[in-house]
Design a protein around this ligand. Structure first.
Ligand code: SF4
Length: 327
């Protein structure tokens, strides 16, 4: 992970390991591999849902699930949605380009990586925005301009960090080969596909980062939400069920780009994917299945959070009133 300080990460994980030990570990019947036993993990239905639909709990009554799956109404994409897609593409592509450079070039300074890719960065970013728009909606010119600058800053930062990491590896290890340089510079495993069907999730889940330290990570571009940790709890259950590998720790990496200073900021939320979080994620899943099995509108909560993707759909009169008030 060339965008996260390794020492910082080690420090966080060591602390979590100690905490987990003092808590006495994680209950076996809340591990994904207990899916076929009489356990709390075992799905009570044959239904399968994407982790995002189950865990993005904007709506306390689960009306979002009813609207999407029973009435087939999609939430309108927002700039935040497109930003999320575009940032993920930047991470994915920068990672790929760094690997391509390491394996295709002679063992050479990261400065050459910058010489090769920086002149084409503007084109790479335009293609990423085009692809993100194709998956969602066309942005207004001003929004497009801002997002393009953000993606440019993020992409450039990632390449510069990777170039510096290549140089420090070459300088430290005189006989490093391509394989060892790659393992120093890019994540050991990144963007992993996981089969979540054994625990009631979709067959092809994408985990943003999968590390060799029993930890998984998710990149987030928006505000901090309580349910972000549950997303990783659901992924942990899926990985444990399909691969029988223990996933004990989660990291949410919040990314923000500062367009005044031309740098991104990374905030790390590191936590144990412990019993409580697992139980809550399983409750989200079970309740979602219940909504689909009943097929009835669960109604609205007393107050809808205005950041819910269905806010405009469920609250047309409030939205119309706000438009009137603000001209
Ligand atoms: S707008 Fe309200 S009722 Fe509709 S899905 Fe969101 S939280 Fe639920």
């Amino acid at each position: 992970m060339f965008f996260i300080d390794r020492l910082d990460l080690d420090r966080h994980l060591q602390k979590l390991r100690d905490d987990l030990e003092s808590r006495g570990g994680i209950s076996d019947d809340l591990r994904g591999w207990s899916w076929n036993k009489d356990s709390r993990v075992k799905p009570l239905s044959e239904l399968k849902l994407p982790v995002s639909e189950v865990t993005h709990r904007y709506c306390p009554t689960y009306r979002d699930i009813y609207l999407k799956r029973i009435l087939h109404i999609k939430a309108p994409p927002t700039l935040k949605t497109i930003r999320g897609i575009a940032y993920h593409e930047v991470f994915h592509e920068a990672n790929l380009k760094v690997k391509q450079f390491i394996y295709a070039s002679k063992i050479i300074s990261g400065g050459e990586l910058l010489n090769e890719y920086m002149p084409k960065l503007d084109d790479y970013v335009s293609e990423i925005i085009n692809r993100s728009e194709k998956r969602t909606v066309k942005l207004k010119d001003e929004e497009r301009g801002i997002l393009k600058r953000e993606c440019y800053v993020l992409y450039r930062y990632l390449l510069i960090q990777a170039a510096a990491r290549i140089d420090s590896t070459l300088s430290k290890f005189k006989y490093a080969n391509q394989e060892s340089i790659a393992s120093e510079v890019v994540p050991a495993l990144s963007e992993r596909k996981v089969d979540g069907s054994l625990v009631g999730f979709s067959k092809e889940l994408s985990v943003d980062l999968y590390t060799p330290f029993n930890a998984i990570a998710d990149l987030k571009t928006g505000e901090t939400r309580d349910f972000h940790r549950h997303i990783l709890a659901a992924y942990a259950l899926a990985i444990e069920a399909s691969e029988r590998i223990a996933v004990d720790f989660g990291m949410i990496i919040y990314v923000k780009v500062d367009l005044d200073r031309y740098v991104p900021y990374f905030d790390l939320d590191c936590f144990i994917i412990g019993d409580e979080l697992r139980i809550e994620a399983i409750e989200f899943r079970n309740k979602s299945f219940e909504i689909l099995t009943l097929g009835k509108d669960p109604g609205k909560p007393a107050v809808c959070p205005d950041y819910c993707p269905y806010y405009t759909h469920c609250n047309p009169s409030i939205v119309a009133q706000k438009i009137l008030e603000h001209g």
